[in-house]
Structures are given as C-alpha cells and as structure tokens.
Design a protein around this ligand. Structure first.
Ligand SMILES: [Zn+2]
Length: 114
C-alpha cells in the first residue's frame, strides 16, 4: 500500500466502489443454518434416525441479545444465500476502501519535502 502512488490508490478505490454498488441492492446480514428434525410420529423413518430436512433457519442478531429470522421456504434459500454472500463481499470491499483512506490520511500528515 505504501509503495503505491496516490493515483494508483485513487484508481483502486474507484474500482472497489464500482464493485460495491451493483450487489448493494441485494444484501442480507445474517446466518443460514441447516437443520434436520424429528416429527414425533411413532413409526416414522425419523424415529429410526432418518431425520426430516434440511430445514433452513435464517438467524439475524439485532443487538442487545435479540435475534430475528425464521425458517426459510426452500425456494428462498438460494436467494438468501446470495444476499448473505453479497453482504460479506461488500464488507470486504469497505474494509479495503478504509485501508486506502488510512494510507491517504497518513500521507497528508507526513512533513512535505523541500
Ligand atoms: Zn418423522
């Protein structure tokens, strides 16, 4: 990072912002978990260990110990996965943009050479 020119850093930042924008409209923060269950009916295959599933639980922490989410319909799972993946990618891009800004700020503070 320190060896890159300001122009190179600006270009890199611009590239990151462009990567950020298209998926930003399709994001979801949360965790998707796979679950297999027993139904309790006597004689069901699940009683013999062959559980029903998968069920897909979305879990989202809301702070102060609260969570939201619920069981997703099978046809929602692929979309939910994609939105969660987008969320994480955007976070990575934001982290890189932050690093570029830290470097640019550091350079502004350096004493100018005469
Ligand atoms: Zn069962």
């Amino acid at each position: 990072m320190r060896r890159l020119s300001k122009l190179a850093l600006d270009r890199r930042r611009k590239g990151l912002v462009e990567l950020l924008l298209p998926p930003a409209a399709e994001t979801l923060r949360g965790t998707l978990r796979e679950r297999y269950v027993t139904c309790g009916k006597p004689g069901c295959k699940c009683a013999r260990g062959e559980r029903h599933g998968p069920l897909w639980d979305l879990s989202v922490t809301l702070g102060s110990g609260r969570t939201a989410g619920g069981v997703m319909a099978a046809e929602q799972v692929e979309r939910v996965r994609r939105w969660i993946e987008n969320y994480h990618q955007i976070q990575e891009h934001l982290e890189k943009i932050s690093a570029i800004h830290r470097e640019l700020l550091r350079r502004e503070r350096l004493p100018k050479r005469r």
